[in-house]
Design a binder for this molecule. Structure first.
Ligand SMILES: Nc1ncnc2c1ncn2[C@@H]1O[C@H](COP(=O)(O)OP(=O)(O)O)[C@@H](O)[C@H]1O
Ligand SMILES: [Mg+2]
Length: 217
């Protein structure tokens, strides 16, 4: 088993006009290939900031890594530049968000978006990328993928959009997938389906998954 991620005593703060907000205070965890780690905690406890920091998606400043290590594969990315991170994002770690529309373009056919994402990461011809897009739509259990690929995000239900976003996240075959409250906006039956899908993906692809969720109040 190889280690995909090791987070050691991570501390992240925001420098605000009102002073320092210590959003993450000494978090440590690790994941191996094919492992699922759930991060559970009340709203505001620093789950999203932890996830965003692993991908270095939070603007710095105001965010600041105070101390700690984020070892992706065998490299500590705390000091990695934005240019370096652009190569790591997608390939090594990919994220799915609560709201699928944050990463889907409403004006572009779903298949075209997937094809572009695939060609950003893999050297494939247009035809090969289209085939791969259909395959990904099949993996996330979208019925009639050939026809669906020609449609726009608004023609998909909430649950189906979430599946498309997962397909986008998988387009680069990441070693680690971070799902930040992927089902919060969905109804309970669909939530269960998305959870089953994540499990299926883990079994099929051996991707490590960090699943973030909050306590129900
Ligand atoms: N841009 C920001 N500026 C200042 N504080 C922030 C910023 N983003 C998040 N925080 C604070 O960091 C803490 C953790 O937030 P977050 O990780 O989003 O919580 P959650 O566990 O609900 O995902 C919260 O107290 C939040 O107010
Ligand atoms: Mg959050």
């Amino acid at each position: 088993m190889s280690k995909v991620l090791q987070v050691n005593d991570l501390r992240v703060s925001f420098d605000t006009y009102a002073g320092e907000v210590q959003a993450v205070r000494g978090v440590s965890f690790e994941l191996e290939e094919g492992e699922v780690l759930a991060i559970v905690g009340e709203s505001g406890c620093g789950k999203s900031v932890t996830a965003q920091t692993i991908m270095k998606l939070n603007p710095m400043p105001p965010a600041r890594i105070v101390s700690g290590e984020i070892i992706l594969g065998d490299k500590d990315i705390v000091g990695t530049s934005e240019k370096g991170m652009m190569k790591i994002r997608g390939k090594d770690v990919s994220m799915i968000f609560q709201d699928p529309m944050t990463c889907l373009n409403p004006t572009m056919q779903v298949g075209k978006q997937l094809t572009e994402a695939i060609r950003n990461h893999q050297k494939l011809s247009r035809e090969e990328a289209i085939k791969e897009a259909i395959r990904l739509l099949e993996i996330v259990n979208i019925p009639n993928p050939e026809e669906r690929a020609k449609q726009y995000p608004h023609q998909f239900s909430g649950g189906m959009r979430q599946r498309v976003m997962i397909a986008m996240a998988l387009s680069s075959a990441p070693k680690l997938l971070i799902a930040d409250e992927p089902t919060t906006a969905l109804d309970v039956t669909i939530q269960a389906q998305i959870m089953d899908l994540l499990k299926e993906i883990k079994e099929k692809t051996n991707t490590a998954i960090i699943l973030i969720t909050h306590f129900q109040q």
